[in-house]
Write a protein that binds this ligand. Structure first.
Ligand SMILES: [Fe+2]
Length: 298
């Protein structure tokens, strides 16, 4: 990866055309086009071999994600994904509202009082998003890990899109799309109020931002309720272009239904989840770990 630290050479700065073109060329060269290219068989995700680690790390450098396929099967030990994450520098977990004391969230259908208002704990589909778009700017989620204990009887597929590929798509369509999506008030999530109590204030921020290490961060949700987009007409155009991309069958959109022992390690790439059926033998259970860090050296 070329150094991206300085403003003048950072390819994500919409004014740096030559840096962008050089970065884009190397990004697109040999970019994987099949989900199989992202899957890495590993023996024990808790303790990867040097070779396994290297393959996963190389993939994450290229595509911001990889799927490990470990031999732990439906072992429900919540420590498994945590050990995997640590080997990629992921240690600072986000203790969000749904997480347990260890910072790991068990995603499954539950009926308790507050969770049933939240789609992640139902079997309904979830639209495209990156995790933690409603977090404070200094608490943005840069790393995301999902680990499957059990898939659903049917459904529960994740679509995955490297956010850098979404960036390329939009910038190639119109660099001004990037400029407006980098505005500090591009996307606002209204406050979360429940029974007259404010659980979270409104959160405004950009869709695309450049982190202090020069990498690209994306904050996005495709939901159409409880979201306020900047009234700038170009923002509307840009988000329409993004919506069209996400609804398309673009070859860089990968689809995977995680199987027992499989997991996604990522720099919080764009993803969605299809609805699923839990009425058969299998009840879907995934662990989710959100980190404040990106995968090291990606
Ligand atoms: Fe998510």
């Amino acid at each position: 990866m070329p150094a991206r630290k300085h403003e003048t050479i950072n390819p994500f700065n919409p004014d740096n055309d030559s840096a962008y073109r050089a970065w884009r060329d190397s990004k697109l060269e040999n970019y994987p086009e099949r989900i199989e290219d992202l899957i890495v068989e590993v023996k024990d995700p808790r303790q990867l071999t040097k070779a396994e680690h290297e393959v996963i790390h190389d993939l994450c450098r290229k595509t911001n994600m990889a799927i490990y396929a470990g031999a732990t099967g439906n072992d429900p030990d919540k420590a498994i994904p945590g050990y995997l994450g640590k080997q990629f520098g992921l240690t600072e977990l986000d203790y969000n509202m749904g997480a347990d004391d260890d910072g790991v969230t068990s995603l499954k259908v539950v009926e308790d009082k507050w969770r049933k208002g939240y789609i992640p704990y139902t079997n309904r589909p979830i639209h495209w998003h990156t995790d933690g778009y409603y977090n404070l700017p200094q608490r943005q989620i840069r790393g995301l890990l999902l680990h499957c204990v059990s898939p659903a009887s049917s459904g529960g597929e994740n679509a995955l899109l490297d956010h850098e590929m979404a960036y390329i798509h939009l910038r190639d369509a119109n660099p001004d799309y990037i400029r407006v999506l980098m505005m500090a008030d591009a996307m606002t999530i209204p406050p979360n109020n429940e029974n007259g109590e404010q659980l979270r204030p409104a959160r405004s921020g950009p869709v695309f931002s450049v982190l202090e290490d020069g990498s690209l961060h994306m904050r996005y949700t495709a939901r159409t309720r409880s979201i306020e987009w900047s009234p700038d007409p170009l923002v509307r155009e840009a988000t329409a272009a993004l919506t069209a991309l996400l609804a398309s069958d673009a070859r860089y959109i990968f689809r995977a239904t995680l199987q027992p022992g499989q997991g996604l390690v990522s720099n919080n790439v764009l993803h969605d989840r299809s609805g699923f059926d839990d009425t058969g033998e299998y009840k879907r259970q995934l662990y989710r770990l959100r980190y404040y860090q990106r995968i090291t050296e990606t």
